[in-house]
Design a protein around this ligand. Sequence first.
Ligand code: SF4
Ligand code: SF4
Ligand code: FES
Length: 266
Amino acid sequence: MSGSADRDKGENPAEETTVEEKAAPEVSEKMIPVYVMGRRYEVPEGLTIMKAMEYAGYKFIRGCGCRGGICGACSTVYRKPGDYHLYVGLACQTVAEPDMYLTQIPFYPANRANYNFEELKPAPEEIFKLYPEVFRCVACNSCTKVCPMDVQVMDVIAAIKKGDIAKAATLSFDCIQCGLCASRCMGELPQYHIAQLARRLYGSRIAPRADHLEEAAEAVRQGKYNEMLRELMGTGIEDLKILYQEREIEPEMAGEDWQPAEKGYL
Ligand code: SF4
Ligand code: SF4
Ligand code: FES
């Protein structure tokens, strides 16, 4: 993220068109003041914090990925006038409000243990060894309160302390690794790294194997789809588009027993 020199010169940064800005929806003509790192800017009402900062002339070269609330790169911290609360959110998802004081924390330093995953056993002791600070949790629940994905972060840590890797993995499934939980932890835990290790162990070593997946993998190994793939690779782009548009789509309300008309590749 960097401040634009054009803005400093008083030029209108909205004229710096990019592909994304051209595609952006209409915004309100009403302008509101926001403060970015202490400096006041007038931005159109209704923009997300990320868009408001871009309108103000900042360019995100870091701290911005998906723009859709998924990558966790755009953690933002803000206060509102006359309100002692320190708010957090994702800049690409949170709408700017008048007189918001905001700044970005696209990276929050948090200890990430080094390990050779292949050597780890699916046992809680492995997590305790790599992250002994897990026992520094004082159950204050601050992490849960700041999580933009509503992950029950404190419960994730509690599950790990009890040795329930499966529960920790399931509870933390929606984590987007934004790091906001770590920014508030008085036990100084890197909760999201710990939870990620739990998910890796669960997904790789604990979750039951799906028989049908193994069967499908074996069919691939046996070359069941080779001919179809060769045919597709020899098809021109326009015909591929038609094939894609005319493909049979599973109905939204399809039952468990739904099958496509073409069953040759099942
Ligand atoms: S658990 Fe932590 S890192 Fe994951 S989404 Fe919530 S606040 Fe972000
Ligand atoms: S913020 Fe830290 S100390 Fe508080 S509940 Fe979460 S992990 Fe535990
Ligand atoms: S840019 Fe990816 S979550 Fe905001």
